[in-house]
Design a protein around this ligand. Structure first.
Ligand code: NAI
Ligand code: MG
Length: 352
């Protein structure tokens, strides 16, 4: 197959980790007889420096016409003083919203080799912890009406029935292919948008009788994730709750540097990125963990290109390299072999 991929490396560690993911993708191409071609676009702080705007028409159009997008991360202290609507992070919202990517999948899988890097006790996480966070990505408080008015500032969380229904259906469909357990997370004891969310989940549940559904308030869900993470199979939730809970879930896997994500809209198109940010504190030091981005490429092969064997081959290679004891600094534990960003990418490419 021939596939054209838009690369948006972004800022900080973004370019370094995207380079390693492309290295792995090229090996997949050779091994399985596919041709991957690339165009690289600016977004975030680097785009502000070059064009004055975090997201140009050219980047959005280039990404939209590609078969899928691989994004690094955007932002950094250099642009912290920029006006709110021109901040680097606006590029993310512009890409997600502009391409209609409403469904964000964030699998949190604890590799057995990283049990020691997980801050929770072994008896709490058990073997093979695997949680899928399904986060709504183009609505809620990140997209609602906002403003600043003298000494008052506000953001609004709003959802329509249609927006909730399409993401909740995704949650049910994904649960059907897994352990058939769906936890819907909201704050229905306080928020109107959450009350509507809960009503819709209840209503749709009858269409998916094989899936066991429960509801948790988000504050309780945050607690349950560290108290008893094994109760979760699929979590479906609104934009900001999903953002926060998936960072929390990432720690169970040992490091935020391990978690990939896919942002989808229902056809084969998608944008793929690690869940972490641009990590300015370690940018340019060759110590960032590229695995989250490499696993994001595996998700791209699976969800956008229906290349299941190729995706599994990348995941196996990551597992083999961890088996062999190689670790970047963020997942390093005593007696393991410490490697940098490039070496980790090389090892995974070689394992393939
Ligand atoms: P962050 O995720 O960039 O970093 C949090 C901590 O995790 C840091 O100590 C960092 O060194 C570490 N870390 C992150 N990725 C890592 C990796 N691959 N390997 C090893 N360690 C890693 O979040 P932070 O510090 O809150 O934000 C930094 C910048 O990134 C901000 O400008 C923020 O707005 C932006 N950001 C961008 C995102 C995106 O582009 N999707 C998502 C989150 C934050
Ligand atoms: Mg986040």
């Amino acid at each position: 197959m021939k596939k054209h991929i838009a690369l948006v490396p972004g800022d900080g560690i973004g370019p370094d980790i995207v380079a390693e993911a492309v290295k792995v993708l090229d090996v997949v191409g050779k091994k399985f007889g596919h041709t991957f071609t690339y165009d690289t676009y600016l977004a975030g702080g680097c785009a502000i420096d070059a064009t004055g705007k975090p997201l140009s028409e050219e980047t959005l159009a280039g990404c939209s016409k590609s078969d899928s997008v691989l994004l690094g991360a955007v932002g950094g202290p250099k642009w912290d003083k920029v006006a709110s609507d021109l901040r680097p992070e606006k590029a993310l919202l512009g890409l997600r919203g502009g391409m209609g990517l409403f469904c964000n999948l964030r699998p949190a899988i604890l590799y057995k080799q990283l049990a020691d890097a997980c801050p929770l006790k072994n008896e709490i996480v058990g073997e093979g912890l695997d949680i899928m966070v399904v986060r709504e990505l183009t609505g809620g408080i990140y997209f609602g009406e906002r403003g600043r008015d003298g000494d008052k500032a506000y953001d609004t969380m709003s959802y329509t029935t249609a927006e909730i229904e399409r993401i909740v259906r995704k949650g049910f469909e994904i649960a059907q292919k897994r352990k058939k357990r769906l936890t819907s997370v909201d704050k229905a004891n306080i928020l109107n948008s959450s009350q509507l969310w809960r009503e819709i989940v209840e209503h749709l549940a009858s269409e998916y009788p094989d899936v066991a559904v429960n509801h948790l308030y988000v504050d309780n869900a945050a607690m349950q994730l560290v108290r008893n993470p094994r109760q979760f199979d699929v979590i479906v939730t609104e934009n900001m709750f999903g953002d926060i809970l998936s960072d929390e879930a990432s720690q169970i896997t040992g490091s935020i540097g391990m978690l990939p994500s896919a942002s989808l809209r229902g056809d084969s198109f998608g944008m793929y990125e690690p869940i972490h940010g641009s990590a300015p504190d370690i940018a340019g030091m060759d110590i960032a963990n590229p695995i989250a981005t490499i696993l994001s490429v595996a998700m791209m092969l699976r969800y956008s290109f229906s290349m299941e064997s190729e995706a599994a081959a990348i995941e196996d290679s990551v597992s083999k390299v961890l088996d062999a004891g190689y670790r970047t600094a963020d997942i390093y534990t005593e007696s393991m072999k410490k490697v940098g960003t490039k070496e980790m990418g090389d090892l995974i490419a070689q394992a393939l």
